[in-house]
Design a protein around this ligand. Structure first.
Ligand SMILES: [Cu+2]
Length: 348
């Protein structure tokens, strides 16, 4: 009697023991392969209002630009971290703003804790490799070169270290604005937005730390397409702000590496588009095409208060992959231009 009781207790204990052998043919639950979200100490997403002051009407001069390539952890989506490769720790990298005729002395440092070499190719450069040959920097190294900005416009810069699409796909791009003589016409607000496609081994929306997927880059099959490095990042507290009656200028680039943008602002018409970032100006545009490795200037006046949503109008990229940003326009209603009963009952 006592012996059978002892056996019964032992069986019960063994049944609750995690180390008990798994019976053959019984499936153990699959452990998630995604690591927990890593600690994020700096926000990698660059705010859209991080725009340097206009150059204005000053004469051409020599400008010094110092950039540092850094590999940093940030949020690609809510609850989803990712190890970005960056210029100066942000996606996009800082906007460089000069005028035509300026001589730019650029030095590129690769942070000592980087795992990889990096470089910079600026599309505003006239010269071999756009600077990439002169700036291949190992971790801890600095290299410099000089160029004269011969052509006004808005140009993409990006890392050009092999495998180049992978370096761009991890966030290594930014814009350099070369203002024309006399500067750009003044506006009330300027914003800086870059679209980029990201490639993770996990499905879009997976929580935790997401891993880069080099095969998906070659297949051009991104899991994330985003503005400024974060799905839906330029919304909420990070939404752009303007007031009724103000003029807005957007500098919009596409880092890619693979996906161009059908850039559209829901509820706005672009008064002016500097086509492909060059000197040709188009007017009254609904959607403008921005190639990978290209950029535009978009200008419009905001006449009606409310929320305006920026999208890639290949809309799965926005609805399903993250390319959403918002401009919140405050001010008095303008029922002559837009009126709806819903707005009146909502107290606007
Ligand atoms: Cu790189």
């Amino acid at each position: 009697m006592v012996r059978s009781l002892i056996i019964a207790v032992l069986v019960t204990l063994l049944a609750g023991c995690a180390a008990a052998p798994t019976p053959i043919g019984v499936q153990m639950p699959v452990m998630p392969t995604v690591a927990p979200a890593m600690e994020v100490t700096n926000e990698v997403m660059l705010p859209a209002n991080a725009v340097p002051a206009p150059v204005g009407s000053r004469p051409a001069q020599t400008v010094t630009v110092e950039l540092t390539t850094r590999e940093v952890v940030g949020y690609l989506g809510d609850g989803s971290t990712y190890t970005f490769w960056t210029f100066n720790g942000t996606v996009p990298g800082p906007m460089i703003r000069v005028r035509v005729g300026d001589t730019v002395e650029l030095s590129l440092t690769n942070a000592p804790d980087s795992q990889l070499p990096h470089s910079i190719d600026l599309h505003a450069v006239t010269g071999p490799g756009g600077g990439a040959v002169a700036t291949q920097v190992a971790p801890g190294q600095t290299k410099s070169f000089r160029f004269q900005a011969l052509n006004p416009g808005v140009y993409v810069y990006h890392c050009a270290t092999p495998h180049i699409p992978s370096h761009i796909a991890n966030g290594m791009y930014g814009l350099i604005v070369v203002e024309p003589e006399g500067g750009l016409p003044p506006v009330d607000r300027e914003f800086y937005i870059m679209q980029g496609d990201f490639y993770t081994q996990q499905a879009h929306g997976t929580k935790g730390h997401l891993a880069f997927n080099p095969v998906a880059v070659k297949d051009e099959n991104p899991t994330y397409i985003v503005f400024n490095g974060r799905a839906g990042g330029l919304t909420g507290d990070n939404a752009m702000k303007a007031r009724v009656g103000e003029t807005v200028r957007l500098f919009v680039g596409v880092g890619g590496p693979n996906v161009s943008s059908n850039f559209h602002v829901i509820g706005e018409i672009f008064d002016t588009v500097y086509v492909e970032g060059g000197s040709l100006q188009n007017h009254n545009v609904q959607t403008t095409l921005i190639p990978a490795g290209g950029a535009v200037i978009i200008e419009f006046k905001v006449e009606v208060p409310g929320t305006y949503i920026l999208v890639d109008h290949a809309l799965s990229r926005s609805i399903d992959k993250g390319a959403i940003a918002k401009i919140e326009v405050s001010g008095a209603p303008n029922p002559t231009v837009f009126d709806a009963p819903e707005l009146n009952t909502a107290g606007h």
